[in-house]
Design a protein around this ligand. Structure first.
Ligand code: UTP
Length: 318
């Protein structure tokens, strides 16, 4: 694929959120994990805010059975708004309206959760001929250390697939998709270079699903942000069910890589919140609560007191 400055930057995002969320059962039996609250807003709102902050105003939510509440969260609520207005509660009124002003939200349903690749295939008619971003519905990054703008810029320049990497402990490679990489010829462009939290850019030469440390080609784990060209849809059609008997996005990306589509990854060293399982979710709640200007000071005091006096631990600072 020839390099070109003329390619357009992705303007749409797809959020696959139709999975069964088994790691969070029984909470997720009736409530989607994407709607679990982190301080005062659902996880999904943080993700749509991340997309909106990167200039994406068109978001397609892939939902499934029992997940209609996700779309309702971004809808207007005229009755609630008029009650808040009548009470003069302008702060909460603004917060309620804000969710419906973030982006144009579209939705479609994945009839059966047959895998991430299968979920993304539902986006084909919506995204048309343009590259698009994929943001998994259970993780997000700190607003002060954005990742998506650099990924969008790199994809517009390379025309291929752009991934994001976390440098994980070698003992943890077996929990992630791991990339083999070489030095990239496409460093970050002015405008996004120097953004807090961003590390090196690598060219990807291979992808391995959940390798043990001794077989892992690197400790660069693929996290839940992708910018994809439209060729991915045809690749998804051409692959067979893989790990877990699911249609895997990783397999479709590996097929395109083998066919010469450029694949790059940006190392992310900023704060990432993984709310797809209880421990990561609890960490996200505590970290974001302590950062809040309104709740943070009182919550942090309570937390230090709880850890020191009730748990008998010695808090450390870093
Ligand atoms: P996960 O691997 O986290 O699966 O999917 P899951 O079902 O959500 O959760 P666990 O592993 O059972 O606890 C990654 C993302 O892909 C979406 C999920 O909703 C999540 O955002 N997904 C996964 C789909 O939309 N459809 C699928 O068929 C599978």
């Amino acid at each position: 694929m020839p390099d070109s400055q003329a390619r357009s930057r992705a303007v749409r995002a797809v959020i696959p959120a139709a999975g069964l969320a088994t790691r969070f059962l029984p909470a997720t039996k009736a409530v989607p994990k994407e709607l679990l609250p982190v301080v005062d807003r659902p996880v999904l709102q943080y993700i749509v805010e991340e997309a909106a902050a990167a200039g994406i105003s068109d978001v397609l939510l892939i939902t499934g059975r029992g997940k209609t509440g996700m779309v309702d969260h971004f809808d207007r609520q005229p009755y609630l708004e008029s009650r808040l207005e009548a009470k003069g509660d302008l702060e909460r009124l603004a917060a309620v309206k804000h969710t419906s002003e973030l982006a144009e939200i579209y939705t479609c349903r994945q009839g059966e959760p047959l895998g991430l690749g299968h979920a993304i295939s539902y986006a084909e008619s919506h995204v048309g001929q343009e590259p698009f971003a994929v943001l998994l519905g259970d993780e997000f990054v700190d607003t002060d250390e954005p990742l998506l703008p650099a990924m969008l810029e790199l994809q517009a320049r390379t025309g291929g697939i752009v991934l994001a990497f976390l440098e994980v402990d070698w003992a943890e490679t077996s929990r992630y998709g791991i990339a083999s990489v070489e030095k990239a010829e496409a460093p970050l462009a002015a405008g996004v270079a120097g953004t807090a939290g961003l590390g090196d850019v690598f060219r990807v030469t291979g992808l391995v699903e959940k390798p043990p440390a001794e077989k892992a080609p690197s400790n660069l784990a693929v996290v839940g942000r992708y910018v994809l060209p439209t060729e991915i849809f045809d690749a998804i059609r051409r692959i067979k069910p893989g790990a877990g008997d699911e249609i895997q996005l990783t397999d479709a990306m590996a097929l395109l890589l083998a066919e010469g589509v450029p694949v790059h990854g940006i190392v992310y060293r900023g704060m990432r919140y993984d709310t797809g399982q209880p421990l990561g979710y609890l960490q996200a709640v505590v970290q974001l609560a302590t950062k809040r200007p309104d709740l943070g000071p009182a919550f942090t005091d309570w937390l230090i007191n709880y850890v020191t006096n009730d748990l008998g631990g010695t808090p450390t600072t870093d």
